[in-house]
Design a protein around this ligand. Structure first.
Ligand code: PEP
Ligand code: MG
Length: 327
């Protein structure tokens, strides 16, 4: 079975009727790179940069970031790399120094991710410059976490344009057309996905936070963990709504939350119209195997049943049906 999976590494991820599906990897540290090579991923769909900032008292400067990002793009050998700007706060805490933000009563709803970056341009600008400079060497995409208003987007775009002008003056190279995308991980952003899609080059669904915020379940609280459910119809409807917004506006939609890497949900996500998955590289071949054994057309026919199902055991039965009975 392992040998069969390994053989899939160089095979394309296509459904039975030949629909190509993009499979990319999530990484957190350059140490994850060998695993990415083994997985046969087409690129990096999510490079979480928080780990560069953790367990230290001062943030990494532009040069340190540039060398970390360069290591990643070089290892990818020209395949696209999606670098997410730093998502600090909430479950990703930082020790000491000026990054030590005040303890919030409700960290998941507090000064986190893009909110913190926009508050602290001194923290954000070196990262934007480092990502821009990396984009001169390889196909890089810029991904923004926790976006929930258009104002935030406007502020980021102004900062980004300013960094570009600065780099140009300094004679430093960057990709002037660097694609910019946002995480869809706040329900408000998913509901208004078409508005965000019109202003961005791509969107990436972050189910870990999207589920947490949609169901009001703290993703790291063991007491309420039993309620954390990717199959809740509200979650499925938000995912589907985002995918449809992408289709309507011609905007690429991917998913990079844990749900994308769980082979039990691969067919469900295909049914909902997802064509681009990013996951921990260790799950990639198993998900690819499911895709190569799936009939896209048949799955699309049952998608409405999932979206209209409000009964948990019925939902489970539907899932078993597409996972076991359908090709
Ligand atoms: C997510 O929220 O689904 C996600 C991919 O981001 P993170 O897990 O880093 O919050
Ligand atoms: Mg998230």
């Amino acid at each position: 079975r392992l040998a069969a999976l390994t053989a899939l590494r160089s095979q394309p991820a296509i459904t039975l009727e030949g629909q190509p599906i993009t499979l990319e990897a999530n990484i957190e540290l350059p140490e994850d790179l060998p695993l990415v090579a083994d997985s046969g991923a087409e690129g990096i769909g999510l490079y979480r940069t928080e780990f560069l900032y953790m367990n230290r008292t001062t943030p990494p400067d532009e040069e340190e970031q540039l060398s970390a990002y360069t290591r990643v793009v070089e290892a990818l050998g020209g395949a696209p790399v999606t670098i997410r700007t730093v998502d600090l706060g909430a479950d990703k805490t930082v020790d000491g120094g000026r990054l030590n933000t005040p303890v919030a009563t409700n960290p998941a709803l507090g000064l986190r991710a893009i909110r913190l970056c926009l508050r602290e341009p001194g923290l954000f600008r070196p990262q934007l410059r480092a990502i821009l400079r990396t984009s001169a060497q390889a196909p890089v995409r810029l991904l923004l976490p926790m976006i929930c208003t258009l104002q935030e987007l406007t502020q980021v775009m102004m900062l980004l344009e300013d960094c570009k002008r600065e780099l140009k003056r300094q004679g430093l190279k960057y990709d002037p057309a660097l694609p910019v995308g946002a995480m869809i991980e706040v329900p408000a952003t998913a509901i208004c996905a078409d508005i965000f899609a019109r202003h961005l080059d791509f969107l990436s669904i972050g189910t870990n936070d999207l589920i947490q915020y949609t169901l009001a379940i703290d993703r790291i609280d063991d007491e309420v963990n039993y309620l954390y459910d990717p199959l809740h119809p509200a979650v499925l409807q938000l995912i589907h709504h985002t995918i449809v917004a992408g289709e309507k506006t011609g905007t690429a939609i991917s998913m990079c939350g844990e749900m994308a890497g769980d082979p039990r949900y691969t067919r469900l996500l295909l049914a909902l119209g997802l064509r681009d998955f990013s996951m921990h590289p260790a799950s990639l071949l198993e998900v690819k195997r499911v895709i190569t054994e799936s009939n896209q057309q048949k799955l699309t026919e049952v998608s409405q049943q999932f979206l209209e199902c409000y009964d948990l055991s019925e939902m489970q039965a539907l899932l078993d049906q597409i996972n076991e009975d359908l090709p």
